[in-house]
Design a protein around this ligand. Structure first.
Ligand SMILES: Nc1ncnc2c1ncn2[C@@H]1O[C@H](COP(=O)(O)OP(=O)(O)OP(=O)(O)O)[C@@H](O)[C@H]1O
Ligand SMILES: [Mg+2]
Length: 324
């Protein structure tokens, strides 16, 4: 059922609270799609990566093939943040007068620790993967970090694009001003920053290019996220009281940021026929499932059973994937 809900959509997100089974479900889905002949890239955005443990091998910031037609990459948040800040720094230094460069460096050192920086960096990386690398794959499956983080991530492209627009606007205004100043001088040239090969002009052009490229990347991501034919988000949860409440909130946040939720994946369902203890849990879960269905009417619900064994390695994942 889950695979039907994915259909031909290229970008598939799995999100939810910590430990509910996002990594397991995302990987099983990726494996199932690959075994049906699709080329799949599985991306982990969680700073505490688990893909390596799951596939029983080292996976890092470079794409690794773990099965036929299935590649995996773990976005390295520290490296991504460093690269991101280096670019932002270059942009900021170009915007600021020479004497403020020390301030820019100080700001960047603080920014590296600030909340939001990490998300922005990861977002920029996802944007790159979704808009560029996605060309080589039929599906990009994103195994996300626990909910709060991801909800912000989804709202972020808008904010980032607006921020970049603000900077571009400011540049446009200051360019107009310097053009006007040039027009005022008797030779038609501004003696300070006039000639075509002037370093200030060159710097401005370069800055514009950087800002426009970032803006395009965020806009492309935004468009993909908001396009229900290209992107779908699944909420993974356990059939328990708090996870159900949080899932309802998460659904509202995603919908508000224009992301289509394709369904809920209720993982680790207790069996009804394996003794009284589990049967009682099963009944309890039924109640929470009913609540989920009432709160999110019409949203497909996929149920996956609690497995007796550990789900690690290709074979275990393949067995679990049959349940999808
Ligand atoms: N249906 C299941 N039956 C039994 N064990 C499961 C099931 N689904 C997941 N697990 C196990 O639960 C643990 C947590 O799963 P997983 O790592 O997929 O969760 P997660 O949501 O990605 O966690 P995190 O938020 O830390 O990234 C793993 O050891 C996994 O093997
Ligand atoms: Mg995980």
């Amino acid at each position: 059922m889950l695979l039907d809900l994915i259909g031909d959509r290229r970008v598939v997100f799995f999100g939810g609270k910590g430990g509910v089974g996002k990594t397991t479900v995302a990987s099983a889905a990726a494996l199932a799609l690959a075994s049906r002949g699709r080329r799949v890239l599985l991306v982990s955005t969680d700073p505490a990566h688990n893909q390596g443990h799951l596939w029983d091998r080292r996976i890092g910031d470079r794409t690794v093939a773990v099965a036929e037609r299935l590649d995996v990459v773990e976005i390295d948040p520290a490296r991504t943040t460093d690269e991101h800040l280096a670019q932002v720094g270059e942009t900021m230094r170009a915007m600021m007068p020479e004497r403020l460069r020390g301030e820019v460096d100080k700001h960047l050192r603080l920014a590296a620790q600030a909340p939001g920086t990490h998300e922005a960096a990861v977002l920029e990386r996802i944007a790159g993967i979704v808009t560029d690398d996605a060309r080589d794959y039929d599906h990009v499956i994103v195994d996300t970090a626990p909910s709060g983080h991801t909800a912000r991530l989804m709202a972020l492209p808008e904010l980032m694009a607006a921020w970049t627009d603000g900077l571009l606007d400011r540049r446009a205004r200051s360019e107009k001003l310097s053009a006007a100043v040039r027009g005022l001088s008797p030779t038609g040239k501004d003696t300070v920053a006039g000639r075509a090969e002037d370093p200030v002009d060159r710097r401005d052009r370069r800055l514009r290019r950087i800002l426009l490229a970032r803006r395009e990347r965020f806009t492309a991501l935004r468009e993909t996220l908001a396009d229900p034919d290209r992107c779908v988000f699944f909420l993974v949860l356990a059939a328990e009281r708090l996870p159900v409440l949080e899932t309802v909130e998460f659904h509202a946040e995603l919908t508000a940021s224009g992301v289509r939720v394709g369904g809920c994946v209720v993982n680790r369902r207790s069996p009804a026929d394996q003794g009284e203890f589990l049967a009682r849990r099963h009944d309890l879960e039924e109640g929470f499932l009913a609540q989920l269905r009432t709160e999110l009417p019409g949203l497909p619900v996929v149920q996956l059973p609690l497995e007796a064994g550990d789900i690690t390695g290709h074979e275990a994942l393949e067995r679990f994937a049959v349940r999808l």
